[in-house]
Design a protein around this ligand. Sequence first.
Ligand SMILES: NC(=O)c1ccc[n+]([C@@H]2O[C@H](COP(=O)([O-])OP(=O)(O)OC[C@H]3O[C@@H](n4cnc5c(N)ncnc54)[C@H](OP(=O)(O)O)[C@@H]3O)[C@@H](O)[C@H]2O)c1
Length: 345
Amino acid sequence: MSALYANVDVVPISRRQFVQLSAAGLAAPSMVACSSADELVIRPDGVPLSGFTAESTAFDVVAGLDLKDRNILITGGTSGLGLESARALAGRGATVWLTGRSLERAQIACRQVGGDCRPLQLELEQPESILACAQRFKQMATQLDALVCNAGIMVLGERRLVGAVEQHFAVNHLGHFLLVHHLLAPLQSAPQGRVVVVGSSAYKWAPTAGIEFDNLDGARDYTPNKAYGQSKLANALFSLELSQRLQGTPVTSNSINPGAADTELWRHYPRWQQWLLAPVKGFLLKTAPQAAATQCYVATAPTLASTSGYYFEDCNPVVPPAQVRDAELAAQLWATSERLLQPYL
Ligand SMILES: NC(=O)c1ccc[n+]([C@@H]2O[C@H](COP(=O)([O-])OP(=O)(O)OC[C@H]3O[C@@H](n4cnc5c(N)ncnc54)[C@H](OP(=O)(O)O)[C@@H]3O)[C@@H](O)[C@H]2O)c1
């Protein structure tokens, strides 16, 4: 277990969090089984609280900050939380590098964002595209102040392979692992670089083993929720191991859960669940600007300059369940990811 979580405070789960878990449960019945109103939010010792809440927006958490000299790269900026994050950060003067699966889509999104927003092409399924994206950034900038690993898929459908691995693991985890690897130099050139990995409470859907290293192609007992859950657990474990490896440098690594939000992510859910959710989602789900708040907060808050290896929800640090803090599993995931990506590292 990571030593970071040795001392903790316990506070009750917020009403909003309960509502969000319920909302996610409405759209994904399996989540109901692993969530309960009795859950407690546990705070780690020594990490500052923000004063922000689940209702705070990305614009609230950066209000008053001067981000003029910051380069912030956001993956998956063409919709949802990535797009809202870009809007908030560019609005405070940051140079936002926004990725889209095609350059054209990234350019369109940048026009929506305004400010100093620079489009980059990035397809996380393709290592060559990831290398080219990192290379392009490094040609145009020397320092990267924050990298927000936000892009993600939640696909309800048949198992699909990307190379030798199942697509959720490939896109949500391996793609970002490779991107971070190739952007470590500019992160280390920044006065205080930050990696923010966007996970999800769907880590609860991960298989009992956490990461099924002997089943990364998902051939055994595939379900979309399990695959998504495993990839989101991998996000948090990757961030944890990265924080260990960055110890002694000014670069920090933290992961976050944005909370269930009304975005394009749900587009693959069955129509009946979308239909059920549609009339009530304004009450039950966070808005995209609210869900984008935590990643913007962790990417920029001056109080978090030396906070690394933690997990955040609703703009505050929480202690996630043991599986999400499993240092041994995190190290094993790192070694496996390196092996799978060896030709590209
Ligand atoms: N919304 C929620 O309820 C919720 C809850 C918990 C966690 N999250 C996490 O939050 C993050 C953002 O999700 P969102 O809700 O904003 O979803 P979204 O609106 O669907 O946005 C996802 C972004 O990722 C991009 N993307 C997808 N596949 C990609 C690939 N292969 N290569 C590069 N980019 C790719 C998408 O590009 P295209 O537009 O081209 O597809 C889009 O820009 C995800 O990591 C998700 O797991 C969301």
